[in-house]
Design a protein around this ligand. Structure first.
Ligand SMILES: C[S@@+](CC[C@H](N)C(=O)[O-])C[C@H]1O[C@@H](n2cnc3c(N)ncnc32)[C@H](O)[C@@H]1O
Length: 253
């Protein structure tokens, strides 16, 4: 696969993330204009394995997107997973649908995807993923989005996705996770902070971002995710990739 047929996170990361570099009042994290402007740099420097899961999404799109079906990217941000599915899709009659409730993200996503020569059309919808109708889906991606949905609503979001999926359709779910064992949980958090320091974030940036995310991003354990996906009815569920406390799951209908 040549580089021109892959999503280049580097090409997207024009602006560097300085949002928490100076002391500021504690306010909950929001996907606003400021975040959208630096998002590719932020996610690359904050989420271990991000580039790898985008590549795996492309490989799974090659295998799982079915003829005359839809592929959804829920919480699409600037469209990295939408583009990966567009590059990966091998079939005709396919629509990729990117959904995000942040106006700033949807606006930037629209101009971002224009900069890539992708073959399968990508339609963008500004909406809460709790309201969106999933229809005729052979692939659905929730790449680090479910963690921002209130915990009590996550099951209904997943059930809605399951109901809109075709048999043999695939869901990719990526999440920050917690571990039941306090020692390993603490170790993973510490290693993640080290990962961020090695990517140029200061201790001030790390602690201010952590505080801002505290009430907004609520992680669950790997077993909670796997058990819920199985209870909803997915036939085959397992983890695809783990780097520290960031895990991607695959669930096949
Ligand atoms: C961590 S980012 C996702 C990254 C993206 N999936 C990727 O692979 O680059 C989370 C995204 O979910 C969006 N989001 C959060 N809650 C949402 C909701 N209830 N409905 C729709 N989008 C939501 C945010 O605006 C943000 O763009």
């Amino acid at each position: 696969m040549s580089n021109k047929n892959q999503v280049s996170i580097k090409k997207m990361s024009a602006n560097s993330d300085q949002i928490y570099a100076t002391q500021q009042p504690a306010t909950p994290f929001k996907f606003d204009q400021k975040v959208a402007a630096v998002f590719p740099d932020m996610i690359k420097r904050s989420v271990p394995g991000y580039k790898d899961i985008i590549h795996i999404i492309q490989k799974l799109a090659e295998r799982y997107i079915q003829k005359n079906s839809n592929a959804y990217d829920l919480g699409c941000s600037l469209g990295a997973a939408s583009l990966a599915m567009s590059y990966g899709n091998q079939n005709s009659g396919v629509n990729i649908i990117g959904v995000d409730n942040s106006e700033a993200m949807i606006e930037r996503c629209a101009s971002n995807i224009q900069g890539f020569k992708h073959q399968t059309p990508i339609k963008l919808i500004q909406s809460d993923i709790q309201q969106v109708e999933i229809l005729n889906a052979s692939m659905v991606v929730l790449n680090y989005t479910l963690q921002f949905i209130p915990q009590s609503m996550r099951e209904s979001v997943l059930r809605n996705i399951y109901q809109g999926m075709r048999p043999k359709g695939v869901l990719i779910l990526s999440e920050k996770v917690i571990f039941d064992d306090p020692t390993t949980n603490h170790l993973m958090i510490d290693l993640h902070h080290q990962f961020k320091r090695e990517n140029g974030y200061s201790d001030l940036e790390i602690s201010q971002k952590r505080n801002a995310l505290e009430t907004v991003l609520v992680p669950e354990s790997m077993s909670s995710h796997i058990n819920r996906l199985k209870e909803i009815g997915f036939s085959h569920v397992c983890s695809l990739q783990q780097q520290l406390n960031f895990v991607s799951f695959i669930a096949i209908k």
